[in-house]
Write a new protein. Structure first.
Length: 160
């Protein structure tokens, strides 16, 4: 695997970085741009419909990049020999952060889908309870974790 990594290092690192940018950047755009515009929609039902739709689109866009991020991380850990180096704690910390972010994303997808289902059944209270937590806590958590992981990755790449 190390030979493969060395031969395609630039492409692997690029795919890793662009995947992190799309995932974290998409959440930042959703939280600080789209979310604010949704709040201007007066009808609570229409607001939830638009939020659920936008979250669905975001998740469909970022999911392939999350998979690419995981695959390229494995190549980079093996290719750089990070597990057997002095940088192993940082590498494991970064892996843990991305894993936590992935679990959080999976829960967000579940909550969004459940919220949309409840919305389609006319249960506004249930739909709001499912979707509201995503924008208020779950996306901001992943933004903070993602920025932290990107910083750790920058530190690692500048140290190798």
């Amino acid at each position: 695997m190390q030979d493969f990594f060395l031969e395609y290092k630039v492409i692997i690192v690029f795919l890793h970085v662009i995947s992190a940018v799309v995932w974290v950047g998409g959440m930042i755009a959703m939280r600080f741009a789209a979310h604010q515009s949704f709040l201007k929609i007066e009808s609570p039902h229409k607001r939830l419909e638009h939020i659920a739709y936008a979250l669905g689109r975001l998740f469909n866009i970022v999911l392939p990049f999350v998979i690419i991020l995981i695959v390229t991380a494995i190549f980079m850990i093996k290719g750089y020999g990070l597990s057997q180096s002095n940088f192993a704690p940082f590498s494991h910390l970064k892996e843990g952060i991305w894993t936590l972010m992935f679990v959080n994303l999976a829960i967000m997808i579940y909550r969004r889908n459940r919220g949309e289902m409840l919305l389609n059944k006319g249960d506004m209270v249930g739909a709001k309870a499912q979707i509201e937590l995503i924008g208020k806590f779950m996306v901001p958590l992943n933004i903070i974790l993602g920025i932290t992981a990107i910083f750790i990755g920058t530190y690692l790449s500048s140290s190798l």
